[in-house]
Design a binder for this molecule. Structure first.
Ligand code: 5AD
Ligand code: SF4
Length: 498
């Protein structure tokens, strides 16, 4: 049984600046939150147990490949897919020719990501020729777009199963149908989103863990496909989030990243009044030596309360990812971002007052429709003023059905590329300078993995999330150590364990 609830009204785009032609379809849906009953999840796990019993009778353990594109939310979703597959008795492989099932978890944020997926899915025909039993599944954001589901259905016969993010909780049932090879299973219909508790996870590492606190987005930035594919904002109940955080700490995880498209609006759709700052405090109170990180914060909803909480919670990493997208007020308005440059600069100043050593990172889009060179120069000036520790920069990519895709876009690709190159150069110079300032300092860092980088065999992260290469015993993975930074580059620091 599914439960439906009505929730808050803050779910519509501010239509003021949107072209009338785009005020249709998914952008205007009324909001519904769907909670999946635990009995439904139990039924999925029963299906896993049945498949596992069958797999146990095979001469060799069957293997699965889960290929992930896109953001951390997709990484987390893939851990859930692997959780189900592990319960079905599958081992894992990176070789599609050794697999009995391949799941491609896709991203729709930019065209480039979609092209890579389509190329790789198309290439699976060779693996399928070798092994006709192979089940090819494609899921995630790309599939949730009707035109892409249609394309996969018509032009990619190799695909046996396709399902959007809202159907992930019932992957066992869908896989069970698809593996019979009697029909192609396509479950990509519209949904505003579900909350499913109790889906098993097979996590990638033993040190860092993703922890979703909410799903979906209500912000409707005019360039972004996320609200239409991931649905409206749904917060997990604080008790569910805190219980999972406790389990992670008990299992030895040391670096927990709370995930949401816009974590600052956490809890607005829940009845009990817990906000994101309150959630951080609850997780901070869990006994143990671990770090809490989070992403992503929308400047529209970032508050002094959040920064004060970050400063006061000793386990909360002093790291803030605050996407600005553009330094031009005109462009920010056209993007429907609900803040201007002055408000953004105030937020940064406020955050730094509470946390002088705060590591600040951002996302920036270059070449938004109608952006001029003067707008772009404003972005460069903002970057020079804020002095980000690191930046994620993107050239604007038109997305089907978004308002920005219908806006006039006269600037050539070459010109956008030259702006992009200039921005990257500016950002890299600042990152390198900021990294140089670490040289000679001794920091407490978390050793989070092994690498094969010549003389450095360990990777670690500072409290603020900067990458540190170290040399040392691999038994240190998962421990906090003191490291003296001896040199630095644009992307990383290099240190010695003390
Ligand atoms: N084109 C380019 N970049 C985009 N982003 C989101 N949508 C688009 C798009 N259509 C970027 C934003 C966002 C990040 C995750 O991806 O900068 O913060
Ligand atoms: Fe997309 Fe983020 Fe804007 Fe939501 S807040 S619409 S996910 S860019």
């Amino acid at each position: 049984m599914l439960r439906y609830q009505k929730a808050h009204q803050n779910c519509r785009p501010a239509h003021g600046i949107l072209p009338a032609g785009n005020r249709k379809g998914l952008w205007n849906m009324a909001y519904k939150r769907t909670e999946i009953d635990e009995k439904e999840i139990a039924r999925q796990r029963d299906i896993c147990a049945r498949i596992s019993a069958e797999n146990a009778g095979l001469p060799e353990r069957p293997l699965a490949l889960v290929d992930t594109y896109g953001c951390q939310q997709n990484e987390e979703d893939s851990e859930r897919l692997r959780g189900y597959l592990a319960e079905m008795g599958f081992g894992f492989t990176r070789d599609e020719n050794a697999a009995e099932v391949v799941v491609v978890n896709t991203c729709a944020i930019r065209e480039h990501a979609e092209m890579r997926v389509l190329g790789n899915v198309g290439a699976l025909v060779h693996a399928k020729k070798r092994n006709p039993r192979l089940v090819v599944a494609v899921c995630g954001c790309m599939v949730q777009q009707p035109h892409m589901a249609e394309k996969l259905k018509k032009s990619f016969r190799v695909v046996d199963l396709a399902f959007g993010p809202h159907q992930l909780w019932r992957f066992p049932e869908l896989y069970d149908r698809a593996r019979a090879h009697r029909e192609r299973v396509f479950q990509c219909g519209p949904s505003e989103g579900v909350v499913a508790e109790g889906v098993p996870a097979a996590r990638d590492g033993k040190v860092k863990a993703w922890l979703s606190v909410m799903y979906g987005c209500n912000n409707f930035c005019t360039y972004c496909v996320v609200p239409s594919v991931r649905g409206r904002e749904r917060s997990r109940k604080p008790e569910d989030v805190v219980a999972e955080a406790r389990e992670l700490v008990a299992a030895g995880y040391k670096d927990i990243t709370l995930l949401g498209q816009n974590v600052n609006s956490y809890g607005r759709d829940l009845p009990d009044g817990v906000d994101f700052a309150g959630l951080i405090r609850q997780i901070n109170a869990i006994p143990g030596d671990f770090l809490i990180r989070f992403m992503t914060s929308h400047p529209r909803d970032a508050t002094e309360t959040l920064f004060k909480t970050m400063a006061e919670c000793e386990k909360c990493a002093k790291q803030l990812h605050l996407p600005v997208q553009s330094g031009s007020d005109r462009v920010l308005r056209a993007m429907n971002r609900h803040y201007d440059r002055a408000k953004y600069m105030e937020l940064i100043a406020c955050a730094r007052r509470y946390m002088p050593d705060l590591v600040v990172t951002t996302d920036i889009i270059v070449g938004f429709p109608g952006e001029t060179e003067a707008d772009f120069e404003e972005t460069i000036r903002l970057v020079e003023q804020v002095r980000y520790d690191a930046m994620f920069t993107f050239i604007y990519s038109p997305r089907v059905g978004t308002p920005a895709a219908a806006m006039p876009d006269p600037v050539t690709r070459e010109e956008k590329q030259s702006w992009f190159d200039k921005l990257v150069e500016t950002a890299n110079a600042i990152s390198a300078e900021k990294h140089r300032a670490y040289e000679g300092k001794t920091l407490r860092v978390l050793v989070d993995g092994e690498t094969e980088r010549g003389e450095y065999n360990l990777s670690a992260r500072t409290n603020g999330g900067r990458l540190v290469h170290l040399r040392g015993d691999t038994g240190l993975v998962g421990s906090f150590v003191s490291a003296r930074i001896v040199s630095s580059g644009t992307w990383a620091l290099y240190g010695e364990i003390i």
